[in-house]
Design a binder for this molecule. Structure first.
Ligand SMILES: [Fe+2]
Ligand SMILES: [Fe+2]
Length: 358
């Protein structure tokens, strides 16, 4: 039942709850592989025909490195993102909420695994990727450096942080790199459940006591702006040049929309939901612009964004410390898995030797 048992929110007039509910994921999944039929042998031709680059294909070194960086950063975000929510597993307010949260946090570990596997197809090992996370050479999404102070933060993360992540990830289902695109299709389906469970947790709080409503509002006050910052620096108009990798990534079909465009879509989808929840989004400049057909919103505090990204957030040190410690503590599991795999291989080889001798 969970995911679709709240109020009237599945009524047709309400619109999709998140970007994975719009049918775009299905459309991306239906993308036909026409490589053989079109006989495309070269990178540029494959990109121009909107076909997928596969690990066996020749590709420009910068394309490969861009993807390694992006997929790794995404994978790191999935596994670090387990920490702020893991904080509430033992304190969830009911058995049902606990079961939902455990399933969600476990999904995030799975997303990390799909993504590390996708990155490995580009010729880098998982050990190297994790080293780069642990020594700070690669980043994870800055949003996870904020603390989860109350139960309502779990609702806010699901609704806003997973909602923003889906907005980013749905276009990645059509990414030009095949393994990344395919990993995103499955991930988006699961993210949709994450966003819905967050929405539902807030829905219940907003129909609870005054204290519960205040707790939900406080969580939204703290998570709204960091969620908008998740889309990354401004990269359109006068900010286009300073936007970094956007133009090249779009030419390569890695990125399909600018950060600003995705952020606008997120705001447009989320504002009516906030109204239905009865929550106030903490932005006095937020208002419908009839002419543009979009909501206008205030300026993000980019100094805070860069400060937190560079390590000065409330939880950066704690997140990394916990990650490195648990990686060390898990060494015996990796050793055991490797020993088991080697033994199985040995047994298989012995069996096939016997077979061929007989
Ligand atoms: Fe995820
Ligand atoms: Fe998620």
């Amino acid at each position: 039942m969970y995911g679709n048992d709240f109020g009237d929110f599945d009524d047709p007039g309400a619109g999709p709850l998140n970007a994975a509910d719009t049918g775009e994921v299905e459309a991306a999944a239906a993308h036909a592989d026409r490589r053989a039929e079109l006989d495309l042998s070269d990178f540029d031709a494959i990109i121009a025909a909107d076909q997928r680059i596969e690990p066996r294909d020749a590709m420009p070194e910068e394309y490969r490195q861009t993807l390694i960086r992006q997929i790794a950063q995404h994978a790191h975000s999935e596994i670090i993102g387990m920490q702020p929510e893991g904080n509430w597993l033992t304190r969830a307010p009911s058995l049902r909420r606990k079961a939902i949260l455990i399933a969600k946090v476990q999904d995030e570990a799975g997303h990390g695994l799909y993504l590390y596997s996708a990155a490995e197809t580009l010729g880098i090992t998982r050990e190297e990727l994790l080293d780069r996370l642990h020594n700070g050479k690669q980043k994870y999404s800055s949003i996870f450096n904020y603390p989860t102070l109350t139960w309502a933060d779990i609702g806010a993360i699901g609704w806003l942080v997973d909602g923003a992540a889906i907005m980013n990830q749905v276009p990645l289902c059509r990414c030009s790199y095949g393994p990344y695109a395919r990993a995103m299709i499955r991930t988006c389906k699961e993210e949709s459940f994450h966003q819905r469970q967050g929405f539902e947790a807030l829905w219940d709080l907003m129909r609870g006591t005054e204290a519960q409503q205040a707790m939900a509002q406080d969580a939204i006050n703290r998570w709204w702006w960091p969620a908008l910052a998740m889309f990354g620096p401004r990269d359109t108009g006068e900010h286009a040049v300073k936007g970094g990798h956007t133009a090249q990534s779009m030419a390569w079909g890695i990125k399909r929309f600018s950060n600003d465009e995705l952020r606008q879509r997120f705001v447009d989808m989320t504002v009516p939901q906030a109204e239905r929840l009865g929550l106030k989004l903490p932005d006095p400049e937020l208002k419908w612009n009839e002419e543009r057909g979009h909501y206008d919103f205030g300026e993000i505090d980019w100094d805070e964004f860069w400060r937190v990204l560079k390590g000065d957030g409330a939880c950066n040190a704690q997140r990394m410390e916990r990650r490195v410690t648990s990686h060390k503590q898990g060494a015996w599991v990796r050793d055991a898995a490797a020993a088991y795999a080697a033994k199985s291989e040995g047994r298989k080889a012995a069996a096939s030797n016997e077979g061929s001798a007989a």
